[in-house]
Write a protein that binds this ligand. Structure first.
Ligand code: PEP
Length: 257
């Protein structure tokens, strides 16, 4: 059986300026120990303008915390005002990039085709995409969460080869649970995360599917993370609001305690 190291990633969204980012990462660095890093991979996804400050801190103090961006352009360079490219992010040594977060899909019209181009852009530049998928409330009420989420998965992975997909991270984030305080039940999370792994096995192989980390995201807190992590197909969490409180984020990292 494959052992997957859980990934706890804090998505800061549009919060924390670069000075606040430094203070926040320093707090995390002070609190987290080698024991934590041995058990769990820890990452933060700050706004673009904070990345250089975070990189300087991580490099300078040889911190084990990983970092990444919240979005990536599908293009590598050129006349795309306001966009940030894969080469720019890899120059800042980003390990991860979120692709297709529901807020990007909802407010910036990101389709599965766009997400697919962004997944490919990330891999082109050695950055691991965290591909976000998940249904809205209407789809959940109609009981269509599994087919809906799997179609986002299929679209996001179209034409992406197995040797890349085996390192991808998939974040299952039911939109109705993001920032609402309403968390999916552990069974709800397992239902869709298990279906995602099954689909990866169909598209690629069981061996590959067993390697891929699948996160749950949606109102994760220190009080609910242990039950979610007890599910066999949940390999970590993408954490929004609770990641802005360093003490709370550390408690989530220590979900086994
Ligand atoms: C997110 O931003 O991906 C998220 C899951 O947010 P929250 O934890 O605040 O629901």
């Amino acid at each position: 059986m494959t052992t997957r190291t859980p990934l706890m990633a804090g998505n800061w969204k549009m919060n924390l300026n670069h000075l606040e980012a430094i203070a926040h990462v320093q707090k995390l660095a002070f609190a987290l120990t080698d024991k934590d890093y041995d058990a769990v991979e820890v990452a933060v996804l700050p706004p673009f303008v904070d990345l250089r400050s975070v990189q300087t801190l991580v490099d300078g103090d040889k911190l084990k915390i990983k970092y990444g961006a919240q979005d990536i352009s599908a293009h590598d360079s050129g006349a795309y005002t306001g966009e940030i490219s894969g080469p720019m992010l890899s120059k800042l040594k980003c390990t991860y990039v979120a692709v297709g977060h529901s807020e990007r899909r909802q407010y910036h019209g990101e389709s599965d085709e766009i997400c697919n181009a962004k997944v490919k852009a990330a891999f082109r530049h050695g950055i691991t995409p965290i591909l976000c998928v998940g249904e809205g409330l209407d789809i959940r009420k109609a009981g269509e969460q599994v087919p809906y989420t799997l179609s986002q998965l299929d679209g996001g992975l179209e034409g992406v080869p197995a040797d890349q997909v085996e390192s991808i991270v998939i974040a299952y984030e039911p939109v109705w649970a993001i920032g609402t305080g309403e968390v999916a039940t552990p069974d709800d999370a397992q239902e869709v995360c298990g279906a995602i792994r099954g689909r990866l096995a169909e598209l690629y192989s069981q061996e590959l599917a067993d390697k891929v980390r699948i996160q749950y995201g949606g109102s994760v807190k220190s009080g609910n993370i242990a039950a979610i992590m007890a599910q066999p197909d949940v390999d970590g969490a993408l954490i929004g609001g609770a990641a802005l409180d360093a003490d709370e984020f550390v408690k989530i990292v220590r979900f086994r305690d």
